[in-house]
Design a protein around this ligand. Structure first.
Ligand code: ADE
Length: 228
């Protein structure tokens, strides 16, 4: 019996905790960040609690790839909804993502455009489709969408409106695009799944705290379904 090694990534303690419980990842490993291991449905699963932000995301993906050589990976967490069609606890599967705070517009580039000329990074389509189907089968409201990632928690309607206008983004968080770029560089297939915790508006902070746990539990159910 050969197990397929899969890496899971979650930024927040609450997100990681929900995944650990739902998947029974009982073993703790030493490392630069909290790492948990267990077996789920023919997979050896490694969960990295990455910490918040783009640097934390990129370093965690790089580290996990170098140490464990996973065959594929999933980034799971909560996000602020920008598209008015998204409601609290809805599931969003990213088709692509952009670093909204990358800005070399002084050189005539588009907002979010990298020096390479690239702007949007695609998630692995087969994996993402599996995640979408799992959420659908569990009966959760699920959407495809674009994620905008940056090193700021958005809590103003004007900022949210700007990201929607400039990037046609559906949700905002602080890791996804960095994780997908890193995974792409390392040829690691990755899907990005988020549940909506807030509307990136004046109530974002309260809403985030109110929905974080429930949103994380829903995510964990989706991830378990994908692995089984
Ligand atoms: N993650 C969840 N909600 C968010 C928000 N409003 N801004 C950035 N990241 C988030």
């Amino acid at each position: 019996l050969t197990l397929t090694t899969v890496a899971l990534f979650a930024a927040e303690g609450a997100e990681a905790q929900a995944l650990r419980e739902a998947l029974g990842l009982n073993e703790s490993l030493q490392g630069p960040k909290p790492i948990f291991r267990g077996q789920v449905g023919g997979h050896e699963v490694l969960l990295v609690e990455t910490g918040v932000g783009k640097v934390a995301a990129a370093s965690a993906v790089t580290y996990a790839q170098a140490r464990f050589s996973p065959r594929w990976s999933l980034w799971a967490g909560v996000a602020g909804g920008l598209n008015p069609r998204l409601h609290s606890l809805d599931v969003l599967v990213a088709h692509d993502a952009v670093q909204w705070d990358v800005d070399i517009t002084a050189f005539g580039r588009q907002p979010g455009e990298l020096a390479t000329g690239e702007r949007f990074v695609r998630a692995d389509i087969d994996l993402s489709t599996r995640v979408y189907r799992a959420a659908l089968e569990l009966g959760f409201p699920v959407h495809w969408g674009r994620v905008a990632s940056g090193d700021r928690f958005l809590a103003h309607p004007a900022d949210a409106a700007r990201l929607r206008e400039v990037f046609a983004a559906d949700a905002v968080e602080m890791e996804g695009a960095a994780a997908l770029w890193t995974a792409k560089d390392l040829a690691l297939p990755m899907a990005l799944v988020r549940t909506i915790s807030d509307g990136a508006d004046d109530d974002a902070h309260e809403s985030f705290e109110m929905f974080l746990e429930q949103a994380s539990e829903r995510l964990a159910q989706v991830v378990r379904k994908v692995l089984q």
